[in-house]
Design a protein around this ligand. Structure first.
Ligand SMILES: [Zn+2]
Length: 95
């Protein structure tokens, strides 16, 4: 194999790598095809909400300090299929 052949091969490899990285794959439910609604269900959650009392006696919510002690599951919002294996990607795409 000549040098130019080898460099062509390398170029091809680099290009296909870039395509993989830039393609965004939407999560689709394998059961019903739903790709719009999803449920995140957290087990054993302690919900702590901090409130500030204002001068007039009303309260303002300052921050939500929630702690998840158990497992976080991820479900299809349509048919309820367990899509927990997609949860990591869901978190990466959450803005
Ligand atoms: Zn579904």
């Amino acid at each position: 194999m000549s040098y130019s052949d080898a460099s062509k091969l390398n170029n091809k490899k680099t290009r296909s790598k870039v395509v993989t990285l830039t393609s965004t794959q939407r999560i689709n439910c394998p059961e019903c095809g739903n790709n719009k609604e999803f449920l995140e269900v957290s087990d054993g959650v302690i919900l702590t909400t901090r409130f500030i009392q204002n001068n007039d006696g009303s309260f303002s919510q300052e921050l939500d300090d929630s702690q998840v002690l158990g497992q976080v599951k991820f479900y299809c919002g349509d048919c309820g299929a367990d899509l927990t294996h997609f949860h990591k990607r869901f978190l990466e795409m959450l803005f």
